[in-house]
Write a protein that binds this ligand. Structure first.
Ligand SMILES: Cc1cc2nc3c(=O)[nH]c(=O)nc-3n(C[C@H](O)[C@H](O)[C@H](O)COP(=O)(O)OP(=O)(O)OC[C@H]3O[C@@H](n4cnc5c(N)ncnc54)[C@H](O)[C@@H]3O)c2cc1C
Length: 809
């Protein structure tokens, strides 16, 4: 065994093998993989091998497309049969909501170049004669679905990697990991030690235990999963004889099952409600290419539906029942990337769909390691999307919820209840008493809207407009005409201090730094000029700054800043040690002025001021800005003052008609002011020129990515962020939720990033990227909302207060 290597990949399942292969593809050949038993010994060997390209996140869908497309290539290069079958797949809808969902999925697929077709139940029956047509109202057919041989695929990756110089040691168990002061690793195995520059945890069923070797508690949990294989069926043989090909795969959302042909019979898997975690606290190292005891009672309710929906199955003999464990993160997406806070330590785990996602996971992780950047927008898979709140018990609750909802619709306005409320701010009870409807982001509860007194604080989930619609409209009116109060703790807050802080930040941020006492908007870029983050920077001293950014990206952005840290500079994520309330609306100044001795007149406290002042008796940092685009203030305090601050402002606001508003109103208000947001308009796949971040960009200083920005500005961006005024269907109005295709002259030319109904302006608005030559104000487009193409006019400026007079008043 080698005693040193540039990379040691721990785990020889399909994911570890893919990482190894992709590292060699990118030119890193001093790489090796250690596997405690034999390749595929974890969850890989007993997988059903199904694969598909559809995913709720278009960026993950793209990586799934890549994965599915890779198999022929590795099969050919390795000479290893991957058992590729591509019969296509049917997603079956039993009701209108699911049909809407399928239409939206088809629409999302359009701009990814996916060629999927909506068909009737009768057409579905023709393609898949085993189904009982009366239970369905239609289906989506995806020709790019299929299945592979899990062992063949893993071996093919391994053979290609070996051909390029990688080594693989089987029957080699990693028992410990120790980091040296220089950031390299000693990998302790039962066959000796390996000194590695980088380690990759691809430990699959044991990824959590491998993490614990270095003090990490990764949010990953294995669940038991069952599928059965029938004896050969006459119906299958007849279909094969008549058509000359195998049956397409089927996904029955109502029955919570998937089905495909296996030999001369059928394979049926279920995601049952009575789901069971495997080894919830610790996975045994003795588990080795084993299966679990099947429990048909547990899946009996799903089988009952399956036998109704596919009657021929009821009469087929069951040849085999497989019960095996495989892993999930709390949201069902993989955990990939550099572990925050640890040098040269990478993960590629919690991959629940290894045969749809394994290739994309390997590709992006290898790029991240070799090039310093994943090369794609992989936010949905980034290990940094979870924080310390994702504890063992939280993960358990969320993974079970996720598993049991695998085939359920999650509506765009739906907030899933498991593991909540967990992380709350001090005003949580105050806001609950005001009938708040809560949502959660990065684990933290934040108010979405405030139900009317006496009515249940609950939102009807829907793709269209919900019961929140009129209430949020009133909240918007309160802000625009009087004064609104909301909680703004759900921003990420960072403090940067120490000698050299200004110089350090200036080299990272696209805007010039504000003067002391001022705030400005800025972005951070990677060297290729793509957006890494978008922040407000407030300066309280020469070398003393607050940064405000997206809360969900707190760990992600911290990792980036800390990765660039200069000597002497202290970068600190403040978490909930700083919490906030925000006042917005024409009466905001009057309310705040009534509780502070500091003059808030515009000449003394102009727009974009940030100062430490007392509010009542409470020491606070007060920034004159709000995301509503109105006159407003964000008031930041230590958590122990937040309740007193709330009571003070609420009381002081009464004469001015103060009302509470939540996140939904904020999204509506920011849309009519044409304010973009991180994770939707601003993501690592876009550049500041494309995103029109002009006011955050000053080319008077050097910063990471500047050369790329200048080059792009010279040639002009290929696509541009547009702002659209949409005419919804008057009979059944619905607004965009994001990821809808944008049509022009009969072809899909772009996609929506986000949008909302702007209640105060009474417009349905959206942001979306289109080719720059089409981004001409007044141009007509169509946005496809739930299967309907609705007219959309590209606007030049915000629909409300384009000159920005309200916020400067
Ligand atoms: C019943 C069932 C059906 C499934 N069907 C499908 C399907 O149809 N389609 C699909 O895409 N996915 C399916 N899956 C999921 C699929 O199996 C997983 O996504 C995939 O196997 C994950 O691969 P992995 O490499 O991450 O993990 P694993 O396969 O668990 O591999 C991890 C490897 O790491 C090794 N290891 C761990 N710790 C150490 C250590 N300390 N030292 C050395 N080696 C170590 C283990 O021995 C193991 O071989 C199914 C799973 C089950 C259980």
């Amino acid at each position: 065994m080698k005693s040193s290597a540039q990379v040691v990949v721990i785990g020889g399942g399909v994911v570890g093998a893919s990482v190894l292969y992709h590292l060699t593809e990118l030119g890193w050949t001093d790489v090796l993989l250690v596997e405690r038993k034999e390749l595929t010994a974890g969850s890989t060997w007993h997988a059903a091998g199904g694969m598909h390209t559809l995913n709720g996140d278009p960026n993950v869908a793209k990586l799934q497309q890549y994965t599915v497309g890779l198999y022929r290539e590795i099969e050919q290069r390795s000479g290893q049969d991957c058992g590729i079958h591509m019969p296509g797949g049917l997603m079956l809808a039993g009701d209108r909501e699911r049909m809407d969902w399928l239409r939206m999925a088809q629409a999302r697929g359009r701009y990814l170049g996916m060629d999927m077709e909506i068909i009737s139940a009768a057409e579905a029956k023709e393609m898949f004669p085993l189904l009982a047509e009366q239970h369905f109202i239609g289906a989506l057919f995806d020709p790019a679905e299929g299945h592979v041989d899990p062992t063949g695929v893993t071996r093919a990756y391994a053979i290609c990697a070996r051909q390029a110089g990688a080594e693989i040691y089987q029957h080699t168990w990693v028992s410990d990991l120790r980091q040296r002061p220089d950031g390299t690793w000693d990998v302790i195995t039962d066959s000796g030690e390996i000194h590695a520059e980088h380690i990759v945890n691809a430990g699959g069923l044991w990824a959590r235990e491998v993490g614990r070797m270095i003090g990490l508690e990764l949010p990953v949990l294995a669940m038991e999963h069952m599928y059965l294989i029938t004896e050969d069926m006459d119906e299958v043989a007849e279909y094969n004889a008549a058509t000359g090909h195998e049956l397409p795969m089927g996904l029955d959302f109502d029955g919570e099952n998937y089905i495909r042909q296996e030999g001369g019979g059928m394979l049926l898997g279920t995601y049952e409600q009575a789901c069971v975690p495997w080894s919830p606290r610790e996975a045994p190292w003795t588990f080795d290419q084993q299966l679990l005891v099947p429990d048909l009672d547990r899946i009996a309710p799903s089988l009952e539906i399956a036998f109704k929906h596919y009657p021929a199955l009821a009469d087929a003999g069951i040849k085999n029942v497989i019960n095996g464990p495989f892993t999930f993160a709390p949201d069902g997406n993989p955990l990939v990337g550099p572990v925050p806070g640890l040098r040269n330590c990478w993960v590629a785990c919690a991959v629940m769909a290894g045969f749809s996602q394994g290739g994309g996971v390997g590709l992006t992780l290898a790029r991240w390691m070799v090039d310093g950047d994943p090369g794609e927008d992989i936010w949905a898979m980034d290990v940094a999307r979870f924080g310390s709140w994702a504890s063992l018990a939280y993960t358990n609750a969320k993974v079970r919820e996720n598993y049991s909802r695998r085939f359920r619709i999650t509506f765009p306005n739906e907030e899933l209840p498991a593991g909540r409320p967990l992380h709350t701010t001090p005003v949580y009870d105050r806001l609950t008493a005001h009938n708040a409807v809560w949502g959660a982001g990065f684990g933290l509860e934040h108010p979405l809207w405030f139900q009317r007194p006496g009515e249940e604080p609950r939102e009807d989930v829907t793709f269209r407009r919900s019961n929140a619609f009129p209430v949020v409209a009133d909240e918007c009116t309160t802000v625009r005409e009087r004064v609104g109060l909301t909680e703004c703790s759900n921003f990420a807050k960072y403090r940067v201090t120490g000698p050299g802080s200004a110089e350090w930040l200036q080299g990272l941020l696209t805007n010039r730094l504000p003067r002391v006492g001022r705030i400005n908007l800025t972005a951070a870029l990677e060297p290729g000029g793509h957006i890494v983050g978008e922040f407000s920077v407030a300066r309280v001293g020469t070398d003393d700054f607050f940064l405000f950014g997206s809360q969900i990206a707190e760990a992600h952005h911290s990792r980036w800043f800390l990765g660039h840290l200069a000597d002497g500079v202290r970068f600190q994520a403040l978490g909930l040690s700083l919490v906030g309330l925000s006042l917005a609306g024409p009466g905001a100044r009057d309310v705040l002025q009534s509780v502070t001795g500091v003059s808030l007149a515009t000449e003394d406290y102009p727009f974009m001021t940030f100062r430490r002042i007392d509010v009542g008796m409470i020491p606070a940092y007060v920034g004159r800005m709000t995301y509503t685009g109105d006159l407003g203030y964000e008031i930041w305090v230590a958590p122990e003052y937040q309740r007193a601050l709330f009571d003070l402002l609420w009381q002081a606001g009464q004469p001015f008609g103060i009302g509470l508003f939540g996140f939904r109103a904020l999204m509506s208000l920011r849309m009519e002011k044409m304010f973009g947001t991180w994770f939707r308009e601003y993501r690592p796949i876009y550049t500041p020129a494309e995103a029109r971040m002009d006011r955050s960009l000053k080319l008077d200083h050097d910063f990471i990515g500047r050369a790329a920005v200048e080059a792009e500005l010279t040639r002009g961006p290929a696509r541009t962020l547009g702002y659209f005024d949409i005419t919804p269907d008057p009979a059944e109005p619905a607004d965009v939720v994001g990821d809808e295709p944008i049509w022009h002259d009969g072809t899909v030319v772009g996609w929506v990033t986000s949008g909302a109904y702007a209640h105060y302006s009474r417009r349905s608005l959206a942001f979306g990227y289109v080719p720059s030559e089409l981004a001409v104000p007044g141009t007509m487009f169509e946005v496809e909302i739930i299967g309907q193409r609705r007219p959309a006019r590209l606007l030049a400026e915000p629909v409300l207060d384009p000159a920005g007079q309200r916020m400067r008043a």
